[in-house]
Ligand binder design. Structure first.
Ligand SMILES: Nc1ncnc2c1ncn2[C@@H]1O[C@H](COP(=O)(O)OP(=O)(O)OP(=O)(O)O)[C@@H](O)[C@H]1O
Ligand SMILES: [Mg+2]
Length: 331
């Protein structure tokens, strides 16, 4: 479900800088180098944002003792000479987006498998192994290429090549990326136990004009709602949380606030194990989600007057490999 637009990657990166910084711990230095007179590409801004987020989180994870993260853009012409160092990139004009860290790096064995769905070197429960499969799917569907440089102890560099578009349409203005602004400043209660996800989601919501109340689990959310209940229009909750799960929280809050709208944040593992206990009309945002996808989902739910009967769970297809994609392969 890509919605490609003529895009200036520099605009998009500028827009996301503040959000990305929030994802990074203080021991990580963050540098951005924006290429001059950068060409435009045809890509879905929400999806490219997703690519940036996934690469940034991976880089941060690879620098447990701190380090430097760099995001760069450049115009690149892949000619005969350049083809020698990037033989898999079809010659032509590209905009290259690079994310470089000086973290742990990877062994050749790891590097060869990173784009496989569910491949992760993180401890059980820590990583889904879908971050880079997502990146691969998005870049592939945008007719682009990925090049990875990495060696154990020497950091990692991801280069994304997106074809330059000749399309003369005006670039999406940064403000157009914020089309899903909340016009009414509704109050959202956000229950999410994972701190990084909570912080980022809160940023997404606040930057769109929502008032946000946060809670680290269901019990805390219930306490917040008991104090400030009447002002809350929407509950955005993770499904699996310690002490009280999202579905139970939603049920309890709905008896307190009958008009409350509910959106579940769903991790992939929950999907795999079935969505037991979720109401039939549940709306989902699938983790990891981009700002655009989240805000659109919230606007849809807030705009709906009454919950539709037999409403199928909504699962934005943000990150699956298309069935006809060739098997991912690291270069
Ligand atoms: N910047 C990096 N430096 C070192 N290793 C990396 C880097 N990026 C990815 N990897 C390796 O690739 C693997 C797969 O990455 P991917 O993003 O697909 O999943 P994950 O990060 O393990 O899980 P999740 O994205 O759900 O947190 C990681 O487990 C890690 O071994
Ligand atoms: Mg990852």
């Amino acid at each position: 479900m890509l919605q490609p637009k003529v895009l200036d990657l520099n605009d998009l990166i500028m827009e996301d800088t503040r959000l990305l910084k929030r994802l990074l711990r203080e021991d990580i230095e963050f540098n951005v180098i924006l290429g001059e007179s950068l060409g435009r590409v045809l890509a879905d801004p929400g999806q490219i944002e997703q690519v940036l987020l996934n690469l940034t989180v991976n880089a941060a994870d690879a620098m447990p003792a701190g380090g430097t993260l760099m995001i760069e853009t450049h115009n690149v012409e892949v000619d005969k000479k350049y083809s020698r160092i990037r033989p898999f990139v079809t010659p032509g004009q590209y905009v290259m987006l690079a994310v470089t860290d000086n973290g742990t790096g990877m062994t050749a064995e790891t590097k060869a498998r990173i784009f496989e769905p569910f491949f992760t070197t993180k401890e059980p429960g820590k990583g889904t192994g879908l971050g880079l499969a997502t990146v691969y799917g998005i870049v592939n569907q945008s007719s682009g290429y990925i090049h990875v440089d990495s060696a154990l102890g020497a950091g990692t560099r991801f280069e994304i090549y997106l074809p330059l578009t000749q399309q003369a349409a005006p670039a999406v203005s940064p403000s157009a990326l914020h089309a899903a602004q909340s016009p009414h400043g509704e109050t959202v209660l956000l229950a999410e136990d994972e701190e990084a996800v909570r912080t980022l989601t809160c940023e997404f919501l606040q930057s769109a004009g929502y008032n946000v109340l946060t809670a680290a689990d269901g019990v805390e959310a219930l306490e917040v709602a008991q104090r400030l209940g009447s002002s809350i229009q929407l509950l955005l909750t993770d499904v699996v949380m310690p002490r009280m799960r999202g579905p139970e929280l939603a049920e309890r809050l709905r008896s307190l606030l009958p008009n409350l709208k509910v959106v579940f944040i769903s991790g992939y593992s929950e999907e795999l194990h079935g969505s037991a206990g979720l109401p039939p009309d549940a709306t989902f945002v699938q983790k990891p989600f981009s700002r655009e996808v989240l805000l659109q989902q919230l606007r849809d739910v807030l705009a709906a007057k009454v919950p539709k009967p037999n409403h199928q769970p909504k699962r934005p297809s943000t990150f699956f490999l298309s069935p006809d994609s060739p098997a991912p392969r690291a270069n």
